[in-house]
Design a protein around this ligand. Structure first.
Ligand SMILES: Nc1nc2c(ncn2[C@@H]2O[C@H](COP(=O)(O)OP(=O)(O)OP(=O)(O)O)[C@@H](O)[C@H]2O)c(=O)[nH]1
Ligand SMILES: [Mg+2]
Length: 252
């Protein structure tokens, strides 16, 4: 049956039941959606931290993303909240692309920022393996700490500019839990205490900051084993935790 919208809306306003309850509910949901603006969220982080894979993980795409060159926008509905994610390129040479998003953040109504980090386990297709691994196929500490420094340095690219914007929160998404899960106490401490936490909270305190663990995909790191202590149930738990937090942030 074709619905006459204006007739229906005035009927709903007047409290008259002219369609069955199921139709009425679905129409109200549609109207609610139409009235809601997209909630814009920028996704920042250095190259290979897993920004694009994080966005994939919210849908049902299993493919491994290619390096992002220009900012891609993705629509996603969370419990009737329409969201628009801005997936920025993390490569250091792509600063101009990220600046465009920052300009939008300054003049537009972005609600939040998701900063993706991975405790130094960034992964890129063009990485030289002898920089990543020692002769025993162990990931080098020097590689991890250089990446962690780059993660910390990168937040200073956007952090000062969001101070006077409409941004209400920053989620520091500590991705790739499947790789670092065995050292979770150390990883949690690294982000939630000390330099990193101090730096990310150095802006005005009306912007809330959350550090949360996440895993976008359980996958070998550069074709080598991950910890093996992290499974699908852990991954689902972290997804639920993230979505729960995001929903609460959207409602406030
Ligand atoms: N093991 C593991 N690998 C991950 C995870 N998230 C992402 N990856 C992998 O890390 C690599 C880089 O992920 P991307 O999502 O392309 O990284 P990005 O941050 O978008 O990188 P740029 O587009 O260059 O800025 C890919 O091979 C991903 O599959 C994760 O949770 N665990
Ligand atoms: Mg990407």
């Amino acid at each position: 049956m074709d619905l006459n919208w204006s007739l229906l809306i005035s009927a709903i306003k007047a409290g008259k039941v002219i369609v069955d309850e199921k139709q009425r509910k679905s129409l109200i949901e549609k109207l609610n959606l139409l009235c809601r603006f997209n909630q814009k969220i920028a996704v920042f982080g250095i190259s290979g931290a897993g920004k694009s894979q994080f966005i994939n993980s919210l849908g049902d795409t299993l493919e491994i993303p290619k390096r992002t060159i220009i900012t891609d926008k993705y629509r996603y509905d969370l419990d009737k909240f329409p969201i628009e994610f801005f997936d920025t390129p993390g490569h250091s040479a792509r600063q101009q692309e990220r600046k465009k998003v920052l300009t939008d953040i300054i003049k537009d109504k972005f609600i939040g920022i998701i900063n993706v980090v991975s405790y130094g386990y960034e992964e890129n297709p063009d990485a030289e393996l002898d920089i990543v691994f020692d002769s025993n196929k162990r990931v080098k500490d020097s590689f991890l700490s250089a990446n962690r420094s780059a993660e910390l340095e990168r937040i200073s690219e956007w952090l000062p500019s969001i101070e006077t914007t409409k941004v209400k929160w920053v989620v520091n998404l500590v991705n790739k839990a499947d790789i670092w899960w065995e050292n979770q106490t150390e990883v949690n401490k690294y982000y939630s205490e000390g330099h990193f936490d101090k730096a990310i909270k150095s802006i005005n305190n009306t912007i809330s900051v959350f550090h949360i663990p996440y895993c976008s995909i359980i996958q070998p790191y550069f074709e080598t084993n991950t910890s093996g202590k992290f499974g699908e149930i852990d991954k689902i738990g972290l997804h639920k935790n993230f979505l729960h937090l995001l929903l609460n942030l959207l409602k406030t």
